[in-house]
Design a protein around this ligand. Structure first.
Ligand code: CA
Ligand code: CA
Length: 467
């Protein structure tokens, strides 16, 4: 009920906000005609969107060119000092796009075409974009889940080697078909922004080796892998692993992921069966930031109902990531998410003003993962736990040594109290974590007191809440 009311009011606010509404209508005026067509806003009037200032150090104000016609959501840039993505040249995405590079897309194929068109580009997502295919459409080489389960049952295959042979080959070929269809590469100087109600479903946005990308106001649903891979050598009891995140950021810089909603919709991890005694995991991350990425701000998103939520750094090998993975995570709502909120390796990561809701002790794993050489500053977050959740489980030591924590609040059974995250962790675990991550964040806008975070984040995080 709360969400419905909020969404409605946000949509109304969006629709009545004169500059955004007017520009959106103008830039969205032309729509592609047929599969793969890319619509452009060549009819945009005013002083010309092409005249938009290309400064990348602005104060987050909407660019002034075009006044009512050029100042749509697509032209907004990351505010100055708003987290690591504001470092150096800042993050403007496609704000400098000339009118011909402003697209409105209503299908996967239109989105793919717009991403491949010349940049800088602004892409408005309208309505629900889906893969348009089922898992059966990708399957090839004789792959069936029943056949795969029969071939690699530990009673048959054992537990010492990863699957190989015809059915694993068929699985890999089927997965390659799916990857080719659902993985959409996002190039440099791109803004992707949702019009009210925009949804991207069964697809993976892959920001790969790019600089300067903005993704805002989109509901992302269920980037399910149709062909999870069994690995009996992963962990003590084996694991099912899947490929796709909703958003993957690899080898990229200056990325702003803001005011999106992430959900597995009607296909939650919690509904999957156990095979070989392990959860049949069809999802990977909701927003994963890896492979030497740097200068990323993840703000005001809603992450909900998911297992592995946000991975920052995917390997303990320092070659690609040492000195990188600088990420700011602020004002996000982590709602019934089970782990990686985020999990961090190497990076100087500022985690502030996030609202964590942990309703179920049985499925919760941990919130913040303190990985190898991570330098996390966790500040003014609000943790609302059910009574059965152990506050000492909010941190998990994945090989890190230290974390700065201050100003965090815990709410259990209707009562709020400050929580010393490291102290509570250390009282229950060895070895102890240190209390100083060794740096002080300077790139941030206002840091709210934790006492206001629950209210502010509940009201304003997620898609549909931009004003
Ligand atoms: Ca991933
Ligand atoms: Ca201890």
């Amino acid at each position: 009920m709360r969400n419905k009311t909020l969404l409605l009011s946000a949509v109304l606010a969006l629709a009545t906000a004169a500059p955004a509404g007017a520009a959106t209508a103008s830039e969205a005026a032309t729509t592609g005609t047929g599969a793969g067509a890319v619509s452009t806003a060549g009819t945009t009037t005013g002083t010309g969107a092409g005249a938009v200032s290309t400064t990348r150090t602005g104060a987050g104000a909407v660019s002034t060119a075009g006044a009512a016609h050029g100042a749509g959501l697509g032209r907004r840039i990351l505010p100055a000092n708003d987290g690591w993505a504001s470092a150096g040249t800042g993050t403007t995405g496609g704000a400098a796009a000339p009118p011909a590079n402003v697209h409105t897309v209503t299908s996967r194929s239109q989105l793919a075409a717009a991403l491949a068109a010349p940049g800088p580009r602004i892409i408005y997502v309208k309505g629900r974009l889906d893969s348009g295919r089922t898992c059966a459409d990708y399957a090839t080489g004789g792959y069936t889940l029943a056949g795969y389960l029969a071939a690699y049952d530990p009673a048959v295959w054992g537990r010492d080697a990863e699957p190989s042979g015809p059915l694993e080959d068929a699985r890999a070929a089927s997965a390659a078909n799916q990857t080719a269809h659902i993985k959409l590469k996002v190039p440099s100087d791109t803004t992707i922004v949702g019009l009210p109600g925009a949804t991207i479903r069964h697809l993976n946005l892959h920001v790969d080796k790019a600089d300067n990308v903005i993704i805002r106001n989109i509901r992302f649903e269920d980037a399910a892998d149709c062909f999870p891979q069994w690995d009996p050598t992963d962990g003590e009891t084996g694991n099912w692993n899947s490929l796709y995140d909703n958003i993957s950021v690899t080898g990229s810089t200056h990325v702003w992921v803001d005011h999106n909603t992430f959900t597995d919709g009607t296909n939650p991890d919690s509904a999957q069966p156990l095979y070989f005694g392990r959860p049949y995991q069809m999802h990977d991350g909701q927003t994963d930031i890896t492979n030497g990425s740097d200068f990323v701000t993840v703000s005001w998103n809603e992450f909900s109902g998911h297992d592995k939520t946000m991975l920052i750094g995917s390997t303990n090998n320092p070659a690609a990531d040492s000195g990188k993975l600088s990420v700011t995570v602020h004002h996000n709502h982590f709602s019934d998410t089970l782990q990686r909120l985020p999990r961090v390796r190497f990076g100087k990561v500022h985690v502030y003003d996030n609202y964590y809701e942990v309703p179920d002790a049985a499925t919760f794993v941990y919130a913040i993962g303190v990985g190898v050489q991570s330098q996390i500053v966790a500040e003014n977050n609000y943790f609302r736990l059910s009574r059965a959740v152990d506050p000492a489980a909010l941190l998990y030591d994945w090989g890190g040594t230290t974390l700065t924590a201050r100003g965090n609040l815990l709410r259990v059974g209707g009562k709020e109290r400050p929580i010393d995250l490291v102290g509570v962790y250390n009282a229950a675990h060895d070895p102890d974590l240190g209390t100083d991550a060794g740096w002080t964040p300077t790139l941030h806008t206002r840091i709210d007191p934790a006492s206001t975070v629950r209210r502010e984040v509940s009201r304003h995080a997620g898609a549909g809440h931009l004003s």
